[in-house]
Design a protein around this ligand. Structure first.
Ligand code: ASP
Ligand code: MG
Length: 445
């Protein structure tokens, strides 16, 4: 069997839903399960609704609800007909009514909690899959609709719920019986607790759902359908000559994702990777085009891709004492921990520590506390550039080529990475595009 997951952009309107169904139709012989995200930016809109309702602004929330409703009904009417259409719109109307009541309840009570937030966000995937299922039926495909909340059981960490593995696996196997010629359709992202309270797996969590289902059913392959040709050597909006990486290891994909490559979050495919199930990343808009296989092992070492993270802040701490006393680093990191601010890169010398953060929400408090430890300087408007590839450090030539391409660019911190999969360094924001282009030329063109 295969799992095909279509992200929000891949099901954004009637035309794209048809592309997704056509792609899935070609896999009917392989007993497919289709997992879909909410259409386009629906989840963002629902998030606005939750926010407004939580603040008691029911009218404004209902305005957005109306636009979501109108756009979904419009899509349904475009390509679903007759009794099938009435059934589809009835199911949608029913859900919209439920969402309306939820908005009312939340805004009356101003009860905006992670739990009520999840309850609202979950509607997006229900709407999209109802439409997809009815359209697939309209096209003559034998379709089985699954409510993912009945098969994916989680703890009650709302907004970032963790699946209960054994229970979930057995429910999936009970409810989904993959079979050639039949199409199962399920929602990504949404789940529920043992007692049936709706949860979500975190934003972007549909990949996770696909991996969980694929792992439980021993899929041959998990296909992640998006709107780019797989994972690229760099961001094509910055580096015009970026190309698709045909094969990448799980480890490399993980490094890339942490550094801003938006294609896939590797922790979300972990259930599949731990079983050695290959994950492919493909373009719904160009199904026959290039794609990427994410696999356990790749045959070749060396540079694979470049990523960057812009808008980074560097904090330098110089100890008041001449030499770093023990406990110095611990004291520093405790401050970041206290303000829940994660640190990306760290470089230390005998008397100073430099580190980078991307969330500056608590920078004033952090600075104030750090000043008890040492002298602080802050440098904003920086970017991290990251070269990813297995075994980068085995080949000293790679390092010298990196720096020879950067002679014109002031490089700040350098981190060799504790894995040998990543070489990262900090440059001014305004130089990052040039740094990426230069490195891309050297390694990939
Ligand atoms: N619809 C959810 C989101 O936008 C989940 C997903 O797309 O994977 O985050
Ligand atoms: Mg996504």
């Amino acid at each position: 069997m295969v799992v095909l997951k279509f992200g929000g952009t891949s099901v954004r309107d009637a035309e794209w839903i048809d592309k997704a169904i056509a792609i899935t139709g070609k896999e009917l012989g392989r007993a497919p399960v289709l997992v879909a995200s909410a259409m386009g930016k629906t989840t963002d809109r629902l998030q606005e609704i939750a926010h407004l309702a939580g603040g008691g602004e029911r009218e404004k929330a209902v305005e957005i609800l109306k636009t979501i409703k109108a756009s979904h009904l419009e899509v349904a009417r475009k390509f679903i007909t007759g009794g099938n259409l009435s059934e589809c719109t009835e199911s949608l109307e029913h859900l919209f009514k439920e969402l309306g009541s939820l908005i009312k309840g939340i805004s009356l009570l101003r009860d905006w909690t992670p739990r009520s937030n999840d309850a609202i966000l979950a509607f997006g995937e229900l709407f999209s899959t109802i439409i997809i299922a009815h359209r697939a039926g309209e096209l003559g495909i034998e379709t089985f609709f699954i409510d993912s909340r009945e098969i994916i059981k989680t703890d009650s960490t709302f907004s970032n719920a963790q699946p209960i593995k054994e229970l979930t696996n057995s429910l999936i196997r009970d409810r989904i019986k993959p079979s050639s010629g039949k199409l199962y359709i399920a929602q990504g992202f949404i789940a529920s607790t043992k007692s049936g309270i709706t949860t979500t797996l975190g934003r972007g969590g549909s990949d996770y759902t696909a991996a969980i289902i694929g792992a439980a059913l021993g899929a041959e392959e998990i296909q992640i359908w998006t709107d780019v040709n797989g994972i690229m050597t760099s961001d094509p909006r910055i580096v015009g000559k970026a190309t698709t990486i045909p094969r990448i290891s799980y480890k490399e994909a993980a490094e890339l994702a942490y550094f801003g490559a938006k294609v896939i979050h590797p922790s979300t495919i972990q259930p599949a990777t731990s079983l050695g199930i290959p994950v492919t990343v493909r373009n719904t808009g160009n199904p026959g085009g290039e794609s990427t296989w994410i696999v356990a092992e790749v045959p070749s070492e060396g540079p694979k891709a470049l990523a960057c993270k812009k808008g980074i802040t560097v904090i330098n701490i110089t100890s008041y004492r001449m030499l770093l006393a023990y406990g110095f680093l611990r004291r520093i990191f405790e401050i970041f921990e206290k303000y829940k601010t994660s640190v990306d890169l760290v470089a230390t010398s005998e008397v100073s520590v430099s580190l980078t953060i991307d969330n500056t929400g608590h920078i004033d408090e952090i600075t104030r506390e750090l000043e008890n430890i040492g002298n602080i300087t802050i440098e904003g408007d920086k970017s991290i550039v990251c070269l990813v590839g297995l075994g980068l450090w085995k080949n000293p030539q790679i390092i010298s080529r990196v720096f020879s391409s950067l002679t014109e660019i002031p490089v700040r911190m350098i981190s060799l990475g504790s894995s040998d999969t990543n070489l990262s360094f900090v440059v001014p924001d305004k130089e990052v595009d040039n740094a990426l282009k230069g490195l891309h030329r050297i390694f990939f063109e």
